[in-house]
Design a protein around this ligand. Structure first.
Ligand code: NDP
Length: 258
């Protein structure tokens, strides 16, 4: 079992009811594990269950790209958890295209649905409970790629940029109630989805070629899912009680504006 080094009682996460989207693998699964280790009760979701859903978490199948999926998930959260104190919007991603002119209408729509509207919809269903209780924390997973948008991924980075802007605005709106909202922007992280995307990009023949994390990343390696999960855990903990409306870039120092 992974340990986090500090007792759950210090962090204010023990006993919290947490919903994490996209927790069947990659960064989402690491976030689920960290929250479970810290004593939270966790419900997670993906379009289908896998053997890599962390043990100890409840799981419900839902597609967060649709309003119906968001409603089913919110209903499951109410049924399983009785409310949500910690909400982590992690499900995201998009396949690359040769350049921006090759992105079809459905490519833009799908990227927006998964990387932006999914969060807006789920927040609209679950944040009202946080408003009523005057407590809760939300984290939106964006991407450090927003800092250097490029043609093959413009549908994705534009949607994530919208998410960051929305996240900041929601944070300012909810701050007087004591509900905190932040974003986390991972750099290149070793996950199944990240690997698939990089393979798809390479197969298009437009990727810059094999890059070595030892050369491109000041800290000399790709991110691990746990690196991102630790940032999320900090933001949803009481240790971050004076942090809201921020976007924490977790990228090994790679992106110049980070
Ligand atoms: P993975 O593809 O490895 O995992 C994505 C998770 O989300 C899976 O559990 C997947 O399950 C679920 N998911 C995908 N689509 C949906 C959907 N429509 N409804 C519900 N669940 C869904 O992704 P990563 O761990 O790499 O990425 C996690 C987040 O981090 C994403 O938001 C991504 O944009 C961001 N990010 C990742 C980076 C990286 O290098 N890995 C870099 C920057 C940002 P299923 O497919 O079965 O539905």
């Amino acid at each position: 079992m992974t340990t986090i080094g500090n007792g759950p009682e210090i962090r204010g996460i023990a006993g919290k009811r947490a919903l994490v989207t996209g927790g069947s693998r990659g960064i989402g699964a690491a976030v689920v594990r960290r929250l479970l280790d810290a004593g939270a009760e966790v419900l997670t979701t993906a379009r289908s269950a896998t053997s890599t859903v962390p043990e100890g978490a409840s799981f419900v199948e839902a597609d967060v790209r649709t309003r119906a999926g968001a409603e089913a998930l919110a209903a499951a959260a109410e049924q399983v958890l009785g409310g949500v104190d910690v909400l982590v919007h992690n499900a995201g991603g998009a396949r690359p295209y040769a350049d921006s002119s090759a992105i079809p209408d459905e490519g833009w729509q799908d990227a927006l649905a998964l990387n932006y509207l999914a969060s807006v919809r789920l927040d609209s269903l679950l944040v009202p409970g946080m408003r009523e209780r005057e407590s809760g924390t939300v984290v939106h997973i964006s991407s450090a790629a927003v800092l250097t948008p490029i043609g093959p991924f413009l549908h994705y980075t534009a949607a994530k940029a919208a998410l960051e802007n929305y996240s900041r605005g929601l944070a300012l709106e909810l701050a007087p109630l004591g509900v905190r909202v932040n974003a986390v922007s991972p750099g290149r992280t070793a996950t199944p989805g990240g690997e698939t995307t990089r393979e798809q990009w390479a197969s298009l023949g437009v990727a810059p070629g094999e890059t070595n994390a030892e050369d491109t990343t000041p800290l000399g390696r790709d991110g691990r899912p746990e690196d991102i999960a630790d940032a999320v855990l900090f933001l949803v903990s009481d240790r971050a009680s004076w942090l809201t409306g921020r976007n924490l870039i977790v990228d090994g120092g790679e992106f110049p504006m980070g």
